[in-house]
Design a protein around this ligand. Structure first.
Ligand code: SAM
Ligand code: SF4
Length: 345
């Protein structure tokens, strides 16, 4: 499946819920976000119908996300059914890790291949301040359980530009175990926009910090980092290795070095909107197609047409940074107003 710029699209991120048991300050306001009504959410049958068509069109990799995907009841059987769809080669899940300790084994048994655990600091008190509700030891237990269950584990650390975050402590998680630790630039999405306003007090002094600065900090701890050439994922991270570390470091410079020319993904929100770019509202309402009352064969045909239309109109690039020139600004779709918990990150 290729879009109008020839980019091969083989990766679908599925948000299964907008609900979350944390309130990360760059993602959600303290009171949370308005919840999606149960009838507005895609049912599992609807998700499976969409993924079957998507796989037939060329989607090979899925990632379950949210909100917090482990809060969606029935997530384990959903993984099992998704994995059984012909064409699907791998399923990952992005989680805050709070419920992973209890669920990792079952998820692995259902066919999940990997988990990305979001973890911005190894300091328990700061973790609580960043997530407003989370408990670091629970997350660390979740990581251990995932490794014990045989899941590939990555840590995703959003860089907040504050020294207390001690990125080198997070990096140390890659020292003795095959965990890849990835550092991600804070993006001007949802509450994260506030970190780009000079007079906002988001966690006192959180600020966007470019990846080049993060690499320098890591090199001061681990020595020179060397590029990793083997493929460690199907996403935009650039990986480097440090002497004596079992895991690698990944750098996701979404803002300072956008990688839109290599974009391989589309997103499906929990309400069934097929979203073709993180920054724009561009896409197609697949839930409307599913609920239009078509015969099954017509419904499948309409879903395929909606996928194809969405890809024809997939924006060329985001323009998160002021320096980016928006491509075709006059015709550009409206900017996304939803936060990451609704989009699926
Ligand atoms: N709740 C799960 C979790 O936290 O891993 C999955 C959903 S969360 C929206 C997915 C990812 O988006 C997390 O790694 C989170 O840190 C990241 N995220 C949320 N808001 C962000 C922002 N403004 N900039 C960069 N990353 C963000
Ligand atoms: Fe929840 Fe994930 Fe957003 Fe944090 S980043 S509030 S864990 S959805």
């Amino acid at each position: 499946m290729r879009d109008q710029l020839g980019r091969q699209i083989d990766y679908l991120r599925l948000s299964v819920t907008d609900r979350c048991n944390e309130r990360c300050l760059y993602c959600m306001p303290p009171e949370g976000v308005p919840l999606v009504g149960h009838d507005d959410l895609l049912s599992f049958d609807e998700i499976l119908t969409i993924v079957r068509e998507a796989a037939d069109l060329g989607i090979r990799y899925l990632r379950l996300t949210g909100g917090e995907p482990l809060l969606r009841r029935g997530i384990v059987p959903l993984v099992r059914e998704l994995k059984a769809i012909p064409g699907i080669e791998g399923i990952g899940l992005t989680t805050n890790g709070l419920l992973l300790g209890a669920m990792a084994k079952e998820l692995a048994g259902a066919g999940l291949n990997s988990v990305n655990v979001s973890l911005d600091t190894c300091d328990r008190e700061l973790y609580r301040r960043i997530t407003r509700t989370g408990d670091l030891p629970e997350v660390l237990r979740g990581i251990e359980a995932a490794l014990a269950a045989g899941l590939a584990v990555k840590i995703d650390c959003v860089v907040l530009g504050i020294p207390e975050q001690r990125l080198t402590d997070v990096a140390a998680l890659a020292k003795d175990r095959p965990i890849h630790v990835r550092f991600i630039e804070l993006m001007p999405i949802g509450e994260g926009r506030r970190a780009f306003c000079p007079d906002d007090d988001l966690l006192d002094s959180c600020r966007y910090l470019p990846m080049a600065a993060v690499q320098e900090t890591l090199e001061s701890l681990c020595g020179p980092l060397t590029p990793v050439t083997d493929s460690l994922g199907f996403g935009p991270a650039v990986y480097r290795r440090a002497e004596g570390y079992a895991g690698c470091f990944g750098f996701i410079a979404a803002v300072s070095h956008r990688f839109c020319d290599r974009c391989n993904r589309v997103r499906l929100t929990s309400r069934g909107f097929l979203k073709t770019c993180l920054q724009y509202e561009a896409g197609e309402d697949l839930r409307a197609v599913l609920r239009a009352g078509h015969e099954p064969a017509v419904c499948r045909q309409r879903l395929r047409e909606a996928f194809e239309k969405a890809l024809r109109e997939k924006p060329a690039a985001h323009h998160f940074s002021e320096n980016d020139v928006p491509a075709g600004k006059d015709e550009a779709p409206a900017d996304e107003t939803a936060g990451m918990s609704a989009i699926g990150g």
